[in-house]
Design a protein around this ligand. Structure first.
Ligand code: FAD
Length: 557
């Protein structure tokens, strides 16, 4: 075992205040999966949680996790071949590198190994947590479909399994708050194993021995006292992203972030701690992206209540300040939201920083089918007029109101204003969109051509050739709101290997330091493979990190 008295990063004479085989930092799903796994091997476990509540963002989430080749698929005789799945993951994660003829599909060795680990260890992680009774999994059902919704990218040729990789824990349904069942099961399990979960304990730094191995952490208790906690096998960080640190967000993300649904304690602590320990970092420009109405983001300091996931409505478009469409409005939220970050090299500005969602009276006044109210948001329920809504009796009046609203918010948009040609351009855009809707084919962005888009746009009127598109009514009123980029949390940070070990610039593991979830450079790279990519990554690499830290303790570290 490494000698703690050689520790160069803390007073060698100082005593340990607390000790466990495995120390976990953060009580979201990555941390809880690590803790449960280590405890299941009979190891003593200490979980430090900075917030007052246990469960992080995970407990608030809809609780779905994406797991290829899972046991429910296999039981149903549905094959999810490794090679196809890796190709699918690699193509979406690293589109500019992807090369199907290469041994690593064109990816650097470690990034490829992470995809392999996700595929190889995912089902193992789910099965283990199920066997020990911490998380009882099943297919994630949706409405009356037991296997749930189609994959977000079911149409991509490499994707051989359009249904069945979305899993959910028992209890509840796939909607916000389902995470309570996910985290609740693990909490109960940890209590039975006598694992300690301490809230209001913020980990501040690592304690390392003379060889650089991580042997513990410094943690502030609720009274502000700094404690030294010994970790005999290792420390697993699972402390979420940095979306609530404005300095880090501004420094790293690829564009302006207006809000995050993550818990406000996710301030990138591990990014600073691991960089100081020599970890290499990646994916820092990325987050799990979405969109939100600008005014909602501005009025809500801290945690954002919700995002626009699956834009509602058939006679509905999104345009930029030039009045032109710039994205397939029905594309998955993570991909669609990245349209905001396009830089105009001629005008030297981000002309899509604010997009304007516009729809007609029919969409505004037609209630959604039963059960779809959450998908309808942020289009307000029929008859409601929240402050962020902009209404005009004619397109000209709407354009004027949008211009005035943008003007009043210019301090928050880098001074964006509608282009002088906005109204005629918008009229042309709508005319062109109406033609596409009549013909059932969106020649500009291919809207409504994937199972995912069709799934989230149930027909709200008869007679459409493409249920996601209907011509705008010729007379108003028309409605609009301003949309800006937001996220679930960031997904860049220290790099890990396939064993969830944090690695340095030469891909060498830092002994005793493991991590998973949103605090690391996501194994998914730039992709959101489908619903459940974030919890899937957190659960799988949390499990792997917890297992390896436990094994290290067993071997006497
Ligand atoms: C409404 C909603 C629905 C969602 N639905 C889904 C879904 O269905 N599927 C999906 O994949 N994703 C979903 N997400 C996103 C998902 O919840 C997160 O990406 C995921 O839960 C992150 O897990 P994590 O363990 O990495 O981090 P978190 O769950 O955010 O946990 C990190 C924890 O670390 C703690 N912490 C931070 N710093 C320290 C420190 N220094 N010391 C100690 N503790 C620290 C934080 O307080 C926090 O509790 C949803 C999110 C929301 C808000």
């Amino acid at each position: 075992m490494a000698d703690p008295t050689k520790n160069p990063t803390a007073n060698p004479a100082a005593k340990w205040d607390l000790a466990a085989d495995v120390v976990v930092v953060g009580s979201g799903i990555a941390g809880m999966a690590a803790a449960a796994t280590a405890a299941s091997r009979g190891r003593s476990v200490l979980v430090f949680e900075k917030g007052r509540e246990i469960g992080g963002t995970s407990v608030l989430s809809s609780g779905e996790y994406w797991v290829p080749n899972n046991r429910w698929l296999r039981a149903d005789g549905i094959e999810d071949p490794r090679e196809d799945c890796l190709r699918y993951m690699a193509r979406l994660s690293y589109p500019s590198l992807y090369d199907p003829s290469s041994k690593t599909l064109g990816l650097p060795a470690n990034e490829y190994a992470l995809l392999e680990a996700y595929y190889d260890r995912g089902a193992e992680a789910v099965d283990h947590l199920d066997e020990i009774g911490a998380i009882k999994s099943r297919y994630s059902p949706d409405f009356d479909k037991p296997m749930g919704k189609p994959e977000y990218n079911a149409h991509v040729p490499e994707n051989r399994v359009p249904f069945g990789r979305h899993l959910l824990s028992e209890g509840g349904i796939h909607t916000s708050g389902q995470g309570a069942f996910l985290i609740g099961g693990v909490r109960e399990y940890l209590e039975k194993q006598d694992a300690k979960v301490l809230h209001t304990h913020a980990v501040k730094g690592l304690i390392r021995d003379g060889e650089g191995a991580v042997i513990g952490v410094e943690v502030t208790d609720p009274s502000g006292r700094v404690l030294r906690a010994r970790a005999r096998g290792g420390v697993v960080f699972a402390s979420g992203g940095f979306s609530h640190d404005p300095v880090l967000s501004h420094r790293y993300l690829r564009g302006r972030l207006y809000g995050s649904t993550a818990v406000t304690t996710n301030t990138g602590d591990f990014l600073r701690i691991a960089q100081n320990a020599g970890a290499s970092v990646a994916n820092l420009e990325m987050a799990w992206w979405g969109q939100t109405p600008l005014e909602l983001a501005l009025e809500k300091e801290g945690q954002l209540a919700g995002m626009s996931y699956f834009p509602w409505g058939d006679s509905m478009i999104m345009v930029n300040i030039d009045g032109v469409r710039v994205v397939n409005e029905k594309a998955p939220y993570h991909d669609r939201a990245q349209a905001h970050f396009h830089f105009d090299p001629t005008e030297k500005r981000y002309k899509n920083q604010v997009l304007i969602q516009i729809y007609d009276r029919y969409v505004a006044e037609t209630p959604e089918p039963e059960g779809w109210h959450k998908v309808r948001a942020p289009i307000p329920p029929v008859g409601q007029f929240p402050d962020y809504l902009i209404v005009g009796e004619t397109l000209a009046e709407l354009a004027q109101e949008i211009g005035a609203r943008l003007e009043s918010l210019r301090a928050h948009t880098g001074g964006l204003a509608l282009s002088p040609e906005f109204l005629p351009a918008l009229e042309k855009t709508i005319e062109r969109f109406n033609q596409f809707a009549r013909e059932g084919k969106d020649l500009d962005f291919g809207r409504g051509e994937t199972p995912h888009e069709l799934n989230y746009s149930p027909p709200i009127r008869a007679g459409l050739k493409n249920q996601t598109m209907a011509p705008f009514e010729e007379t108003g009123p028309y409605c609009a709101f301003l949309l800006v980029p937001a996220c679930f949390d960031t997904c860049g940070g220290p790099r890990i290997d396939g064993e969830a070990r944090v690695i340095d610039a030469d891909d060498r593991p830092i002994p005793g330091l493991f991590a998973g979830g949103n605090c690391v450079a996501s194994p998914a790279g730039q992709a959101y493979w489908s619903g459940g990519t974030t919890i899937g990554s957190a659960l799988i690499f949390g499990y792997v990190g917890g297992l390896n830290a436990a094994m290290r303790a067993e071997q006497g570290a």
